[in-house]
Write a protein that binds this ligand. Structure first.
Ligand code: ADP
Length: 476
C-alpha cells in the first residue's frame, strides 16, 4: 500500500464550507481499493476534536506559531485522522475561517502555515512508526508544505502533490510576517512566492510541489489563461508539464436517490413526483405548469446568481418556479429574499444539509450559472437524482454535462443544458430551452434517464490519483 497524507482545512462530514470538504472526505475510501492508504491531517477545530474517538499523541511541538501543539492520531466517520491540536490557533467558536466580525481571522496565515509546518514535519519523519510516501496538499491552506519541506532538507525524499480546488484564494500575507511564518526571506522574490508585494502561500505551493492537479480537465486548461488564472496564469503555464485535471466524483453513498434517508427514495425518475410535491409544500410553492428549478449554493460573485435574478422572468413567464437554498454575500441574500415576494420563488437563506437533499430530489432542474467553476458538485448530484443540470459552459460544468444540442438529442446522449457566454441573455435563453424540453414529456424522460445513468462516482478519478502517486514516486 502506498502511504499518503492528505492535508486540508476541511473534511466532510466533520467540517465543511464547500466542495473541498466533500473531496477530502471522499478520497480515502475511494483510494482504498486502489492500493493507497490515505490519512488526513486536519486542524483541531472544536468539531473535529469532539468527533475524534480515542486519540493518541504522536508528535509534539512546544512552540508552534505562538503556543504549544501536538498531533493526535485517531479516527472518526471511518477516516484515519491526524489532528493538529493547537488550541491557540484552532479552539475558536464559529466559522473556521471568519471571526465574529465576518472578516478573516487576522492570524489565518499563521493558522494554516502551522498546519503546513506540521505536515512537513510528518513528511520529514516526525511520527515514529509511520512515514508517508506522498504529501497531498489541498488549496492555499496546505500550500506551504513544499516550502517547509525544503527548509527542513527533506524535499528530496518525499513526493508532494498540490490540488487546486479554487485558484481565487491565494492565502496572501504581508511580507512583515516572513519571519513569523518561518519563511526564507531569500525566496521572497518574483521567481519565488512573492505576489505583487505580498507573500502568496498558493504561489509557493504551485512552484514547489512535484505535481499539481485541479479538479477538472477544462479548469486545468482555463487556469493557464489570463481570464481564469487570477494573476497566477503565468505560473500555471510555467508548471504546465506538472499539471493535470482530475474530475471530482460524488460520495455515491450519501448521494444515492435509492437509499437517501432525507427523501422518499426512488430508483427511476418517476419517483421524483412525491419528492417534488413534498418540496413544494415545504417551500410554500403552488402547483405550476413549468419546471421547478433548484439552486443549492454559496451566494458569491463566482456563482453567477446575480445573473439568475435578472434572468428569472424567462423562467417565471413560462410557468417555471425557483427554490433556492444558499448563504453568503449579504447583498445577494437580500436580493433573493426580495425575489421571494413572487409566489413562484421560494428562498431559504442558510446552510442545511438535509434540505439540500430534499431540494435536489424534488427539483426538476438544478441551475449552476457560475462565472467559473473548478468542478462543481451540485450538478453531479442533479445528474444522479434525475434533476436536469442547467450550467454555464466553464470548468467542470463543461466536462460533466452533455448539452441538449440537436445532435446530442438525436443521438440520445444529452444530460442537461449548457450556456455560453455567462450572461443574462444566454442564461435566459437556456431557461427558455429548459421550459421547452420540459414541455415535451418524451424528451424530458430521455434527459432524466441519460442523466441518472451517467457515471458520477469516484471510480475513474480515484484510479487517476493512484496512477499519479505511482508515477510521481517512480520519478523520485
Ligand atoms: P463550492 O465548493 O465552490 O462551494 P461545489 O459545488 O464544489 O462548490 O460544492 C458545494 C458543496 O456545498 C456541495 O456539496 C453543496 O451541496 C454544498 N452546499 C452549498 N451551499 C449549501 C447550503 N446552503 N446548504 C447545504 N449544502 C450546501
Amino acid at each position: 500500500m502506498t502511504q499518503v497524507l492528505s492535508i486540508a482545512s476541511e473534511c466532510a462530514p466533520l467540517v465543511k464550507t464547500g466542495g473541498l470538504a466533500d473531496v477530502v472526505g471522499a478520497l480515502p475510501s475511494a483510494l482504498a481499493g486502489q492500493g493507497v492508504a490515505m490519512r488526513v491531517l486536519l486542524p483541531g477545530y472544536p468539531a473535529v476534536m469532539a468527533a475524534m474517538g480515542k486519540a493518541k499523541p504522536v508528535l509534539e511541538e512546544p512552540d508552534l506559531f505562538g503556543g504549544p501543539a501536538r498531533v493526535l492520531a485517531g479516527a472518526a466517520h471511518g477516516l484515519d485522522l491526524l489532528v493538529l491540536d493547537a488550541p491557540h490557533l484552532f479552539d475558536r467558536a464559529g466559522s473556521i475561517y471568519l471571526g465574529p466580525d465576518g472578516k478573516d481571522w487576522p492570524d489565518n496565515p499563521e493558522r494554516f502555515a502551522a498546519l503546513s509546518w506540521i505536515a512537513a514535519r510528518i513528511g520529514a519523519g516526525g511520527v515514529d512508526g509511520w512515514a508517508p510516501a506522498v504529501l497531498h496538499c489541498h488549496d492555499w491552506q496546505a500550500a506551504l508544505v513544499p516550502e517547509y519541506l525544503h527548509a527542513m532538507g527533506a524535499s528530496g525524499r518525499i513526493g508532494t502533490v498540490l490540488t487546486i480546488h479554487n485558484i481565487a484564494f491565494h492565502g496572501l500575507a504581508d511580507p512583515a510576517r516572513l519571519k513569523s511564518l518561518r519563511l526564507n526571506p531569500h525566496r521572497y522574490t518574483r521567481e519565488g512566492f512573492e505576489f505583487w508585494g505580498r507573500i502568496s502561500a498558493l504561489k509557493a505551493g504551485l512552484l514547489g510541489a512535484d505535481r499539481l492537479t485541479t479538479v477538472s480537465p477544462t479548469y486545468a486548461a482555463e487556469l493557464m489563461t489570463d481570464a481564469f488564472g487570477m494573476g497566477l496564469d503565468g505560473v500555471m503555464r510555467l508548471r504546465q508539464g506538472a499539471l493535470s485535471g482530475i474530475l471530482n466524483g460524488i460520495d455515491a453513498q450519501a448521494w444515492n436517490p435509492a437509499t437517501d434517508p432525507a427523501i422518499t427514495p426512488y430508483k427511476t425518475a418517476r419517483g421524483k413526483a412525491a419528492n417534488k410535491a413534498a418540496l413544494r409544500a415545504e417551500m410554500g410553492l403552488p402547483e405550476a405548469e413549468g419546471p421547478l428549478c433548484v439552486v443549492v449554493s454559496r451566494l458569491t460573485e463566482q456563482k453567477g446568481l446575480d445573473l439568475l435574478l435578472r434572468a428569472l422572468p424567462a423562467l417565471l413567464d413560462r410557468g417555471g418556479q425557483l427554490a433556492l437554498l444558499g448563504s453568503g454575500d449579504a447583498a445577494l441574500e437580500t436580493a433573493f429574499r426580495s425575489a421571494a415576494g413572487n409566489a413562484n420563488v421560494a428562498v431559504r437563506i442558510g446552510y442545511d444539509e438535509a434540505l439540500s437533499h430534499r431540494m435536489i430530489a424534488g427539483g426538476d432542474a438544478i441551475l449552476v450559472p457560475s462565472r467559473f467553476e473548478p468542478c462543481g458538485l451540485t450538478q453531479l448530484y442533479g445528474l444522479r437524482y434525475g434533476t436536469i443540470p442547467v450550467v454555464a459552459l466553464t470548468g467542470g460544468l463543461a466536462d460533466t454535462v452533455i448539452n441538449a444540442s440537436h445532435a446530442a438529442m438525436s443521438a440520445r446522449v444529452a444530460t442537461g443544458i449548457q450556456f455560453s457566454p455567462v450572461t443574462v441573455e444566454a442564461l435566459s435563453a437556456a431557461l427558455i430551452r429548459l421550459c421547452a424540453l420540459y414541455a415535451n414529456p418524451a424528451d424530458w424522460a430521455m434527459l432524466q434517464r441519460n442523466a441518472m445513468r451517467q457515471e458520477v462516482g469516484w471510480g475513474a478519478s480515484a484510479a487517476a490519483y493512484a496512477a499519479l502517486y505511482q508515477d510521481l514516486l517512480a520519478s523520485k
